[in-house]
Write a protein that binds this ligand. Structure first.
Ligand SMILES: NC(=O)c1ccc[n+]([C@@H]2O[C@H](COP(=O)([O-])OP(=O)(O)OC[C@H]3O[C@@H](n4cnc5c(N)ncnc54)[C@H](O)[C@@H]3O)[C@@H](O)[C@H]2O)c1
Ligand SMILES: [Zn+2]
Length: 369
């Protein structure tokens, strides 16, 4: 298995995604980015820094002039401009200049915040991604979307800023909670559903090994998902069209996430949104109804929720929250549907009635009754 993949833009190589079983080759990879006279600031959170901070620091120290570690409290509630401000302050006080580099060590929260700071500090400095959650390894670290939340508005402030390297150590998955691991699976199953039926099937066949976090199987899975995400972002780096397919399950998913006041994790809401979107695709006659049921079960097999029963959510409030989402395009909801398993498309004609029916199906519980 080749453990390196290159991401291009306009035919030009921009950065590599490197996957390893440990951090042992990190120093070598970073050295290749010409940092010998540069300062590096590792940005991490309070959960990840104690786990991997020292190891990563030891890899980086020999290849650059100086390494700092900036740690902020873990959690989405710290992905905001206050934390960015503290990081700017730290960088200024420690005389970081345009040639220096940031290193995001953590999940999507760290990657988004560190990437946004790198995009804006001194009008942009380089950064690398060391994603440590499954979700960040297959999704948020690739594609250059960075940003922070503003009050209750998720990812409201941001920038496109490409990393110089994405370095994945698969073994970091071993310290992840079951819930966080499952969240990554939500996006991974989504990749199969929108782009690759064979991969979707493979995931189901390897469900047991994946749940047990067999690292060989997980490595293969991450690579396939990386390739899918890479191909989509290469085709549409700034989300003018094709990239929107990655939002499969996110229209209703985001609405549920917002209404649950972020008590359900993103990947869990995405799973619910994907199931609803599959049901809608079945209502349109694209896939058999039994297929929509099987898709719902597939998420369940990876310990993701498949019903909104008992969550104290009403269909009208989910619809209202959907309408206020960013995915609205001049007042029309951009919905991603499946033409078939492995092929998604953007639909702008989904009606409230259809959304109501798919949500009613989700309210029906495990068996969809
Ligand atoms: N930029 C993008 O394209 C993009 C795409 C999807 C999601 N996102 C963003 O990503 C964020 C979600 O990312 P996430 O799910 O990685 O959440 P996260 O970064 O909050 O990580 C989840 C939890 O796991 C902990 N953690 C991380 N790695 C660990 C490890 N190896 N072992 C033990 N604990 C670990 C973290 O400290 C945190 O408590 C959201 O803010 C979302 O908006 C961005
Ligand atoms: Zn997502």
């Amino acid at each position: 298995m080749n453990n390196r993949m290159t991401v291009h833009r306009d035919g030009k190589a921009i950065y590599d995604i490197v996957m390893e079983g440990s951090y042992d080759r990190l120093g070598r990879e970073v050295a290749a980015l010409s940092v010998e006279n540069r300062k590096l600031c590792i940005v991490s959170d309070s959960h990840v820094a104690p786990l991997y901070g020292e190891e990563v620091m030891a890899q980086l120290k020999p290849v650059c002039s100086h390494v700092d570690l900036f740690v902020f409290p873990a959690g989405e509630e710290h992905k905001n401009l206050d934390t960015v401000r503290q990081l700017y302050e730290f960088l200024i006080q420690n005389h970081y200049d345009r040639g220096d580099m940031l290193v995001a060590l953590g999940g999507g929260v760290v990657g988004d915040l560190c990437g946004f700071t790198a995009a804006t500090y001194l009008r942009g400095i380089r950064f690398i991604q060391i994603p440590t959650t499954l979700l960040s390894q297959v999704d948020s670290s690739i594609g250059g979307k960075t940003g922070v939340d503003f009050d209750a508005y998720k990812n409201m402030v941001g920038a496109f800023h490409m990393p110089s390297l994405v370095y994945i150590s698969v073994s970091s998955l071993l310290t992840l909670s079951d819930e966080q691991f499952a969240c990554g699976m939500g996006e991974i199953i989504k990749h199969g559903l929108i782009k690759d039926a064979g991969y979707y099937q493979w995931l189901l066949e390897h469900a047991d090994a994946i749940r047990k976090r067999n690292l060989t199987v997980c490595a293969e899975m991450i690579q396939v998902s990386n390739r899918i995400k890479r191909n989509v972002v290469e085709a549409d780096p700034t989300e003018q069209g094709e990239r929107a397919l990655l939002n499969f399950g996110h229209t209703l998913g985001h609405a549920i996430e917002k209404l649950m006041d972020f008590q359900l994790l993103h990947g869990q809401c995405v799973a619910l949104g994907c199931a609803a979107a599959a049901y809608l695709s079945a209502m349109r006659g694209f896939i058999p109804m039994e297929e929509a049921e099987r898709i719902k079960e597939a998420f369940g097999a990876f310990k993701l929720p498949v019903s909104i029963k008992g969550m104290n959510l009403s269909i009208p409030e989910i619809l209202a929250a959907t309408k206020s989402d960013k995915k609205m395009d001049s007042g029309v909801i951009k919905f991603i549907l499946l033409r078939t398993v492995g092929e998604a498309y953007i639909d702008r004609t989904v009606t409230e009635q259809e959304m109501t029916e798919s949500l009613a199906w989700l309210l029906g519980g495990q068996d969809g009754q």
